[in-house]
Design a protein around this ligand. Structure first.
Ligand SMILES: [Zn+2]
Length: 512
């Protein structure tokens, strides 16, 4: 990565800002920046800048790897760290930014933006900063409850401010298919809509049927057209966020089977497994490949998430197509049959220049050669995948499942108790990972499953402030993490986010 280009940008020629601001020497020296995520190095200098003028100060921006390396003064960063790193000096009259890449400049400006929002004045300071992990993600489940484009754009904006860089887009699942696929129009005409809005009411008692046709009065649901997705992708790209689509297989496909019943096993009513595709039939692979071709056409991400979790395999044990497939491929059991499917789909993805991510169940029956594992059932799956030389994203449910309740007083408190402090306490560099294997830990992700989360305001209440903790764990060096200061900083940022229109969960003050 050699960037010889040197860019100088003067954003504003307002040299009298500080005088116009009227705060010169009149404010006490503010605390060092209350940034989330906390930067690697921050040195406070004398003087301060009035916050509402900070972003309009003239900016001198230099994009040059050589300049940044000089600032790093011998510190060694990986290529991806260098790309995101920045040096920034906030003076009374101007801001200087140096970075090796536009991405670093973007993160410097996010720091500036957040500092301007957090307090009335900002200390003059120098920041040298880069991320600890390359994958810093959030997953949103749009199948159980559908939030729509505007909601997603709003969350992407907050993710960018927090220097999060991966949005895992859970597009399809049992209660609704959410992406336009031209080759299979039934997926959105028939199974993106249901007669009952709240997922658990639908799951327990689907009044009037499982799904209803698009256009049915009072139907609940929706889907993202390719035009919507293009808009989301452009918005994310401008904010250096990669969007990773998830197309589930072979489980979590109740809706797919409702749209195309021939994808179930060749047993009466599809057999006892009600939500799985038949991995025996060749037509299942044709369907998945055709869907993925359209997904690949829309999403430029290197990764495609193929799910792979929680597949009931009972039907496969007696389905003649599954049994024939197992015989012809020499597969000993149904776990190996699932692995056959995942390996085959990985090979297809490779042909299209893509790599796959799967939930840690893809380890059962043998891991596909190049698969990245998302470790959600604790950290054991991740450790096992690393021991086999695979990359891992840690998202253990006990720490990272944002559908779990933060407090028993909150709206619809379900699942385990997962307060902010516990989310913050997780370290993706799990005990037992050797230094030589550390590069296999790509990072961390917070997951918001939406079985119980229907309203946008409720979704935000589950995300924030816990996403702040995911962001700091993903970016800040472990030795710089500090719960007492984070709790204070999260409280300040929560107030700011609230003022910006985000519904942030605030823990009630206990009665004395
Ligand atoms: Zn079958």
């Amino acid at each position: 990565m050699i960037l010889k280009k040197i860019t100088l940008i003067t954003a504003c020629a307002c040299t009298l800002l500080l005088t116009a601001c009227g705060v010169k020497d009149s404010l006490p020296q503010p605390e060092p920046a209350d940034l989330i995520p906390a930067p690697v190095e921050l040195t406070v200098r004398s003087g301060s800048v009035c916050s509402h003028k900070l972003e309009t100060l003239p900016q001198k921006v230099i994009i040059s790897e050589k300049a940044l390396l000089n600032r790093l003064n011998g510190k060694t960063l990986t290529d991806w760290q260098l790309k995101s790193a920045y040096w920034m000096e906030i003076g009374k009259r101007k801001v200087k930014i140096e970075a090796a890449d536009e991405q670093g400049v973007f993160y410097a400006r996010q720091s500036l933006r957040m500092m301007a929002a957090l307090d009335s004045a900002v200390s003059c300071c120098t920041i040298l900063d880069w991320p600890r992990f390359q994958y810093r993600g959030v997953m949103l489940d749009e199948s159980r409850h559908y939030q729509g484009k505007e909601f997603l754009l709003k969350q992407l904006e907050m993710m960018a401010l927090l220097k999060l860089n991966r949005f895992h887009f859970h597009l399809v699942d049992n209660p609704g298919w959410r992406m336009q696929i031209d080759a299979y129009p039934h997926l959105t005409q028939l199974t993106a809509w249901r007669p009952v809005a709240y997922f658990w009411d639908w799951e327990v008692n689907a009044i009037g049927g499982d799904f209803v046709e698009e256009g049915t009065p009072n139907a609940y649901g929706g889907y993202y057209t390719k035009k919507d997705i293009a808009e989301i992708l452009a918005f994310a790209h401008e904010r250096h966020i990669e969007v990773i689509p998830e197309i589930e297989m072979p489980g979590h496909n109740y809706e797919t089977r409702a749209a195309y019943p021939e994808l179930a096993c060749s047993l009466p009513d599809g057999g006892p497994s009600k939500r799985e595709l038949c991995p025996g039939k060749e037509s299942t692979y044709k369907f998945l490949e055709n869907v993925l071709i359209e997904v690949f056409d829309v999403f430029p991400s290197q990764y495609i998430h193929i799910g792979g979790d929680e597949a009931g395999k009972k039907s496969w044990e007696t389905c003649p197509d599954c049994q024939a497939r197992m015989k012809s491929e020499g597969l000993k059991n149904v776990e190996e049959l699932q692995s056959y499917m995942i390996r085959r789909m990985e090979s297809f993805a490779h042909k299209h220049g893509k790599r796959i991510i799967g939930w840690d169940e893809i380890l059962e029956g043998g891991l596909a050669p190049d698969a990245t594992v998302m470790s959600w059932r604790g950290t054991e799956g991740g450790l096992k995948a690393i021991s086999q030389g695979h990359d891992v994203i840690f998202t253990p449910s006990h720490f990272c499942y944002l559908d779990f309740h933060q407090d028993s007083t909150q709206y619809r408190p379900v699942g385990r108790h997962l307060p902010l402090e516990k989310v913050y306490s997780f370290d993706p560099m799990v005990e037992g990972i050797s230094k030589a294997d550390a590069h296999h830990v790509l990072g961390i992700q917070g997951n918001l499953w939406t079985e119980w989360v229907m309203e946008p305001w409720h979704a935000e209440m589950m995300l924030y402030p816990r996403v702040f903790a995911i962001a700091e764990t993903g970016w800040t060096p472990a030795e710089k993490k500090d719960w007492p200061t984070f709790e204070r900083r999260a409280s300040i940022l929560s107030k700011v986010a609230h003022d910006w229109g985000y519904n942030v969960f605030v823990k009630p003050i206990p009665h004395k």
